[in-house]
Ligand binder design. Sequence first.
Ligand code: HEC
Length: 107
Amino acid sequence: MKRFVMLSLLGLAFAALASPVVSEEAISEEEQQAQEEKADEVSATKELFEQTCAACHGIRQATNQNLSRDDWNWVMDDMEDYGMTWLTDEQRDDIVDFLVENYGYGD
Ligand code: HEC
């Protein structure tokens, strides 16, 4: 009986030691997946940005800027006046988010 108790305690101790490791792995796997998904999204938006903005001029026209969200929206309005009329609202928003994050400041 005493031996059984000792073994059970040992088992509990192992379980206690092992469980944080297991849950840490679970979190980091989830995090890793989330990061990969975000990276895919970012590179898709980057591609969309490059293809869209390079249709008329070099992307340096955009990448050498550092603008606020309002100013980027203003640039997008300007580009639409110049003929950039094929983006969906969602694509336009994605590009603005991308521009603010990479070539801008604040909101
Ligand atoms: C339909 C053609 C067209 C597309 C597409 C286009 N632009 Fe332009 N863009 C222009 C023209 C024309 C100018 C003004 C002449 C110049 O400087 O080359 C310009 C100028 C700019 C300027 C200089 C500031 C200004 O307002 O004149 C920025 C910044 C800019 N574009 C960013 C972008 C970004 C970012 C994209 C992609 C989301 C984009 N452009 C897509 C035609 C376009």
